[in-house]
Design a protein around this ligand. Structure first.
Ligand code: ADP
Ligand code: MG
Length: 394
């Protein structure tokens, strides 16, 4: 990446403002139910601590909509981080102003201060320059390690970089370099497997990947719109009528680009959208009119597995079926397992696919699971991320 990263700048004893994406899931009692994003921030934090930097953390949590929402304060995040790092962390109830200035002034080298949820300020989501300037005024260097929010042009992501030397943290750098290499200079064969509920969500990704990959596998709910584009009847499966023509165009584009484009040949159909619904495997040419496809079938899963394990770079986004229900999770399991048997680079992007891999205990055997659902989609679409664009050039 031609953008500066943490290693390119001297942070010794400097006051450093770090933007993380601590938008973590919490239960009713405010307990954090998945601390992945906290753990992923530790390399950057530990590095800054080892350099004696005075560390000021800024993050958002949820969608408070520019006002204070008690349940969305960052205090639980501070406590969880203290546990992970084994050091005390000071948390305050504001991001700018006298309280913040005094708390920063009181920091000793290596100490950490956590500011309040930055989305309590309406200026944040407006990418307000004046707000960004005040935030920047707290520190000497800005580090963006919030990959999950890098697709947002917000004040603590974008505008702030105007006022300070701005560098990528280790997580952001890792995300961009692994996915960037896959997109721009992949080991081949390069395969992508896409699924999930809707074509509409993934048009940009499919379209961009059709210029890059050797093979594209399509499963999940979106497969039925493509099957319809091929003139098949799909019963009560989810279909986006308005996207059928586009699906046909994407199939044509694949052909033009010499991309092997593979749709399911068999599917698991059910009578109802329910865990214990009556279900059976049918070829895609024989989906009964009052049944719905909720997973790829065993023949398709086996074909996908073969294609995947014979590839050197694999990107996966979107489950192959309604994996939340055991009866329709096999296709997703098969794809996840195939990824763990690839000799090469495997990348999982997308919130639900990442959750599926974690849930199946296969995360360790994947090269990279992106921490940013929306951000990774936009990256795979080939879009420039505002949080990356804003960083200082090398
Ligand atoms: P990701 O978050 O990984 O990008 P998506 O959000 O696009 O994935 O899609 C995930 C959702 O797609 C899951 O909730 C899953 O139940 C649903 N889904 C997958 N296959 C089907 C299907 N055949 N019919 C209906 N929903 C499906
Ligand atoms: Mg999702």
């Amino acid at each position: 990446m031609e953008k500066m990263s943490l290693q390119d700048i001297n942070v010794d004893n400097k006051t450093v403002l770090v933007r993380f994406d601590y938008n973590v899931p919490m239960d009713e009692e405010g307990r954090i139910t998945d601390d992945t994003r906290l753990r992923e921030s530790l390399p950057t934090l530990k590095y800054l601590m080892s350099k004696g930097a005075k560390i000021v953390i800024v993050s958002h949590l949820g969608r408070p909509g520019g006002k204070i929402v008690e349940k969305l304060r960052l205090d639980p995040v501070a406590r969880e981080l203290e546990g992970l790092l084994g050091v005390p962390i000071k948390k305050i109830n504001s991001c700018i102003g006298p309280e913040a200035e005094a708390a920063v002034a009181a920091l000793e080298p290596g100490q950490i201060l956590l500011l309040e949820n930055v989305r309590f300020y309406p200026e944040e989501e407006k990418n307000d320059r004046e707000f960004a300037r005040k935030l920047a005024g707290l520190a000497e260097i800005y580090v963006n390690d919030a990959f999950g929010a890098a697709h947002r042009a917000h004040a603590s992501i974008s505008a702030i970089a105007e006022f300070l030397p701005a560098v990528a943290g280790f997580l952001l750098e890792k995300e961009i370099s692994i996915m960037g290499k896959a997109l721009n200079n992949p080991e081949r064969p390069f395969l992508a497997v896409l699924g999930g509920a809707k074509v509409a969500d993934k048009i940009g990704v499919i379209s961009n990947l059709l210029n890059k990959v050797d093979t594209l596998l399509i499963g999940g709910g979106m497969a039925y719109t493509f099957l319809r584009a091929q003139g098949l009847e799909v019963g009560k499966s989810i279909v986006e009528e308005s996207k059928i023509e586009l699906a046909a165009e994407l199939i044509a584009k694949a052909k033009q680009n010499g991309v092997e484009f593979i749709l399911p040949e068999d599917v698991v159909v059910a009578k109802e959208f329910k865990e214990d619904a009556e279900h059976k495997v049918v070829p895609v040419t024989a989906i009964p009119a009052d049944w719905m496809g909720l997973d790829i079938g065993p023949k398709t899963a086996e074909k996908f597995r073969q294609k995947i394990i014979n590839s050197s770079t694999v990107i996966w986004n979107g489950p192959m079926g309604v994996f939340e229900m055991d009866a329709f999770a096999r296709g997703t399991q098969a794809v996840a397992e195939a990824l763990t048997n690839v000799q090469g680079t495997t990348i999982v992007g997308g919130g639900d696919s990442a959750a599926a891999v974690e849930q199946m205990g296969m995360a360790e055997r994947i090269t990279h699971i992106s921490t940013g659902g929306g951000a990774s989609l936009e990256f795979l679409e080939g879009k420039d991320l505002p949080g990356v664009v804003a960083l200082s050039d090398k």
